[in-house]
Design a protein around this ligand. Structure first.
Ligand code: GRF
Length: 212
């Protein structure tokens, strides 16, 4: 049974989607711990309610970024994970951390990368006049929001959209996308070749999330 550690900063709705799909589809894996840098992250309480172990590594208690990364890695390694999953984790991680988990560190980003890395993705997509927005699950590399793309979900932009309304619909898509991509990872169904990731069964690596 493979072991997944999930890192969160807040609500944890992607965490919930992953845990539920993992159970519903009987993956050869389970979420063994949820770790946050924020003690009040709502997803921690939810995880505790599910009987999943939690830990807090407070970045404000650390003397430097590197010290935080090391403390975080120690908390993660205590659970001997096969996979480390960033799910709404809003801290930038240093190169040494990323290298430590290379090939088994995943992130979800709320844009169609390589467009709009960083923050405020939905506002930027609207300002740019995009007809579609979406989310990307990718392997994490040292360059922020730039690693090999595992799968993407496409969400149409509506003329009436605000950043908030678009974020709400993209989040629904994220809840389908992240469990799908992570399941492929734990099933060994991904091959990485430079920036390109291939789903070995030939499954489409995109979701079109159309609304009525
Ligand atoms: C998601 O939109 C994720 O893509 C972004 O932050 C949000 C986290 O939501 N990075 P949640 O904590 O999973 O509910």
């Amino acid at each position: 049974m493979q072991r997944i550690v999930v890192l969160i900063s807040g609500r944890g709705s992607n965490l919930e989607a992953i845990v539920r799909q993992c159970q519903a589809e009987d993956w050869p894996a389970r979420v063994v711990a949820v770790i946050s840098h924020k003690a009040d992250a709502a997803g921690l309480s939810w995880a505790q309610g599910q009987g999943i172990g939690t830990a807090v590594v407070d970045h404000r208690a650390q003397t430097s970024r590197e010290a935080f990364d090391e403390a975080l890695a120690a908390a993660i390694d205590a659970h001997q994970p096969d996979w480390v999953v960033l799910a709404g984790f809003m801290r930038i991680l240093g190169d040494a951390f990323v290298h430590r988990y290379a090939g088994r560190l995943l992130n979800i980003h709320p844009s169609l990368l390589p467009s709009f890395p960083g923050l405020h993705t939905h506002r930027r997509a609207l300002e740019a006049g995009c007809a579609v927005a979406g989310a990307t699950v990718h392997f994490v590399t040292p360059t922020l929001d730039h690693g090999p793309v595992i799968a993407q979900a496409v969400v149409p932009v509506r003329t009436s959209d605000t950043p908030e309304s678009l974020a709400d619909r993209v989040l629904v898509a994220e809840h389908q996308l992240y469990p799908l991509a992570l399941r492929w990872a734990v099933q060994g169904r991904l091959r990485v070749d430079g920036q390109r990731v291939t789903q070995l069964d030939g499954a489409p690596q995109h979701l079109f999330c159309e609304e009525p």
